[in-house]
Design a protein around this ligand. Structure first.
Ligand code: NDP
Ligand code: 13P
Length: 332
């Protein structure tokens, strides 16, 4: 049985490590806070980020990065997107040539707008196998072992299979794909849409508005995906529509909760302070919009979220701006 090293001991890194270990994969979970990781290893639970989800026997929590990377056949990175480059730079001197990387970060690099696979290529080159993992997967439900499905995408079919097989089983389904860009776009854009839907729900705009935003959010995500070479069926699948619906409709989503708090008149820093975990859509929104503009794609919902986050408009103005757009063909 191969061993995997999971980097990032927040809610999702912990849930991923639990699932791998549950399947019998010897798994080390690395986090940067020495005291917290020692406490986790002792208590067999991540009390801060994933309370109530107990560690299987083959899971070890540690703050020893070198041992985690060098003791693993392959490495799974589950830090927030803004910490991806720093994490890659830290592990670059530790990685062996045969080690593959999987990434479960849902976002774009702040500032550069690079997709996850582009950041990896920029730091480590393109020689080693790379997979990206995405889909409708709230950490808590995964950690509790409730049925869940994800997409594992890689241009290297056998690496996608290997990562999928390491996770698959016990009610957890891992599907494979070769559409890395589609999976990355789906995972990044849905967080922006969840902020939009949270705002609308926070303003009590009703179920019709929610359904319209989700559907038109999917339409603008698919336009962007198409322009970047993604397959439409990926964006209609788990990493697209699946995750969009999940994140937009359930209050486990931190992005949706951000929208709900913005609708109450809270500022972005106040909402982040209240949520206490990463809210990827805040940093992703301007990058998604910039990327869309660079390929000539119109993303009106994303644009309103960007302007609202920047403090340029209020939730009421954002709704008015969307509602007063001229009529057009639905499939345009
Ligand atoms: N939670 C979920 O349900 C899901 C999350 N994801 C994705 O997983 C990724 C991680 O999110 P999630 O686990 O939820 O976030 P959390 O906010 O739960 O945890 C973030 C973790 O990242 C760590 N971290 C932050 N910066 C660094 C850094 N520079 N170096 C090392 N570790 C760092 C934090 O450490 P510290 O505590 O020391 O600050 C913390 O352990 C995101 O891209 C998210 O979109 C994907 C699917 C589901
Ligand atoms: O990506 C997620 C579920 O698939 C988690 O969404 P949030 O980051 O909005 O909590």
């Amino acid at each position: 049985m191969i061993g995997l090293g999971v980097l990032g001991a927040g809610s999702y890194g912990t849930a991923m490590a639990i699932q791998l270990a549950r399947r019998g994969t010897p798994t080390r979970l690395w986090g940067r806070n020495e005291a917290e990781l020692a406490a986790m290893q002792q208590a067999r639970v991540n009390a801060r980020y994933l309370p109530g989800c107990h560690f299987p026997i083959s899971l070890t929590a540690t703050s020893d990065l070198e041992a985690t990377v060098q003791g693993a056949a392959h490495v799974l990175i589950v830090v927030p997107s803004h910490a991806l480059r720093e994490t890659l730079e830290r592990i670059a001197p530790l990685l062996g040539p045969e080690q593959g990387l999987a990434c479960a970060c849902k976002g774009l690099e702040p500032g550069s707008g690079r997709l996850v696979h582009e950041v990896v290529a920029h730091v480590l080159g393109e020689a080693r196998p790379l997979a990206v993992i995405s889909g409708p997967t709230f950490a808590k439900e995964m950690g509790l072992g409730l049925p869940t499905a994800v997409t594992v995408a890689s241009l290297n079919e056998s690496f996608a299979d290997l990562i999928a097989q390491s996770l698959h089983g016990d009610g957890f389904r891992a599907y494979t794909s070769d559409d890395v860009v589609g999976v990355e776009i789906g995972g990044s854009a849905k967080n922006v849409m969840a902020i939009a839907v949270g705002i609308a729900d926070g303003m009590s705009l009703g179920a019709n508005t929610r359904a319209a935003l989700i559907t038109r959010g999917l339409a603008e995500t698919m336009r962007l995906g198409e322009a970047l070479g993604a397959k439409p069926e990926t964006l209609m699948g788990l990493a697209g529509m699946g995750d969009l619906v999940l994140t937009c409709t359930d209050n486990q989503s931190r992005n949706r909760r951000m929208g709900l708090l913005l609708a109450q008149g809270k500022t972005v820093p106040q909402a982040i302070e209240e949520i206490q975990q990463v809210v990827e859509g805040v940093k992703a929104a301007p990058e998604v919009l910039r990327l869309a503009r660079s390929v000539g794609v119109d993303m009106p919902i994303t644009e309103q979220v960007v302007r609202l986050i920047a403090g340029e408009i209020t939730p009421v103005q954002a709704v008015k701006n969307l509602a007063t757009r001229p009529s057009k063909a639905e499939t345009e």
